[in-house]
Design a protein around this ligand. Structure first.
Ligand code: TPP
Length: 201
């Protein structure tokens, strides 16, 4: 778990994002994962300390759950810190719920793993075909987007920025977007590493 704790690479490796996220949260705080490559890393590496504090959209695996999920979690546990962990595509599917949250005075952090791609789809394409196709898109300026709702937004500019930014976002006590560039070149490295563990029949 701690192998990437001091990693200074930027964009930030998934393992380092998860390490810093865990450091920023208390055991009973709740994370809601959206669906994508970030979910694969969450499911593998997020250290859940208290049951039902890491909620993951599985089964039909609908993208777009993280922001409304965080809103619901805050209604249930107003005293806990709630974090929506999401890809940029999934975030844009239900980001309008920021308005609902602010109208109800609910505070939570939206941690966006930004790659301007469908990270998981690219991962599948690389595994199956060795190349990717039609997975790129453009994003709005997430900081300005947050501010246009009356929420707050921060952009992470270095690996060392992430933990203090998360702590600040939690302290802000409103809806806060943290735009965190992610290094998904780690995805295929994980696939190769896991492949080496498989015993050929
Ligand atoms: C509503 C819905 N549409 C499509 C999919 C298929 N799908 C699964 S992951 C994914 C891409 C996710 O991209 P992003 O939100 O940017 O997350 P990343 O993989 O980059 O972490 C897609 C299109 C889905 N699970 N749910």
């Amino acid at each position: 778990m701690a192998a990437h704790a001091d990693d200074t690479g930027f964009p930030i490796k998934p393992q380092k994002i998860l390490w810093d996220l865990r450091q920023a949260l208390n055991p009973e705080d709740v994370v809601i994962s959206d669906v994508g490559a970030h979910k694969m890393w969450m499911a593998r590496m997020y250290q859940e300390e208290v049951s039902n504090t890491c909620i993951i959209s599985n089964g039909f695996a609908s993208m777009g759950i993280a922001v409304p999920g965080a809103l619901a979690a805050k209604f249930v546990f107003p005293e806990r810190t709630i974090v929506a962990v999401t890809g940029d595509a999934g975030f844009m599917m239900n980001s309008q719920e920021i308005e609902t949250a602010l109208r109800h005075g609910l505070a939570f952090v939206i941690l966006i793993w930004t790659d301007s791609e469908y990270g998981l789809i690219k991962w599948h394409q690389l595994r199956n075909f060795g190349r990717s196709s039609n997975i790129s898109f453009n994003n709005p300026d997430f900081v300005k987007y947050a501010e246009s709702f009356g929420a707050k937004g921060y952009r992470v500019e270095s690996a060392g920025d992430l933990l203090p930014t998360l702590r600040q976002a939690i302290a802000d006590d409103t809806v806060v977007i943290v735009d965190c560039p992610v290094d998904y070149s780690e995805n295929m490295k994980l696939t190769e590493k896991l492949g080496e563990l498989v015993c050929p029949i």
